[in-house]
Design a protein around this ligand. Structure first.
Ligand code: COA
Length: 178
């Protein structure tokens, strides 16, 4: 796992010691539910998620360079819809007080570059909930193409099943946009 840099952010691999920083924003009920996950109950749960999810997948902590603060996470996870293709699915979340400053677009563009240039991916996918307009805007700003809605496909933390708006970006499209 490589450390990535953007103008305002450093993306580095997760460590167990990041549990408190993750919990500080992931306990907020305005963050996780937009992405389908339950707000973290305590630091121990954040540590478990780092161990089970973030340290297993290609996931980075997002650190704001100016403050040194852990403000989010971003990951290139296995793309369950394309098991036979060099593809990953992008996922991310950001501390609520940092929303609306273009930070996730900045982080996502760098993760996408890493995916195509260094992981040699052919395509990167992302799915979001039907009402997650902020994330949809990040997705559009990163140049993803809208594929459509997969209906009734994603069981979220409260047991309900929701639709997913699906998008993807081919390497050729990404190269043409640069
Ligand atoms: C989605 C999320 C990562 C966006 O991060 P961010 O750093 O605020 O994103 P950006 O600032 O790069 O872009 C947000 C865009 O949404 C727009 N936006 C904000 N509120 C909006 C709303 N209610 N409706 C539509 N667009 C909205 C902003 O204006 C901005 O677009 P612009 O640059 O054209 O003005 C952040 O809101 C988050 O962590 N949400 C909770 C978790 C989540 O949803 N994860 C994604 C799961 S797919």
């Amino acid at each position: 796992m490589k450390i990535l840099e953007t103008e305002r952010l450093r993306l580095r691999p997760f460590e167990l010691g990041d549990a408190e920083g993750l919990y500080a924003y992931a306990k907020n009920p305005n963050v996780g539910p937009h992405a389908g996950w339950k707000p973290h109950a305590d630091v121990a749960e954040s540590r478990q998620i780092i161990e089970d999810l973030f340290m297993v997948n290609q996931a980075w902590v997002i650190v704001q360079k100016e403050t040194g603060r852990l403000v989010g996470s971003i990951a290139l996870e296995p793309d369950k819809r394309r098991p036979e293709v060099a593809s990953r699915e992008l996922g991310y979340s950001l501390a609520e007080d940092c929303w609306g400053q273009g930070l996730m677009t900045e982080a996502a563009q760098e993760a996408i570059r890493f995916g195509f240039e260094e992981l040699k991916l052919e395509i990167i996918a992302i799915c979001t909930g039907p009402t997650n307009e902020r994330s949809a805007r990040v997705i559009e700003k990163c140049g993803f193409q809208y594929e459509g809605i997969t209906r009734h496909c994603y069981k979220i933390y409260d047991g309900s099943v929701r639709d997913s708006r699906c998008y993807s970006l081919l390497k050729s499209e990404w190269e043409a946009q640069r």
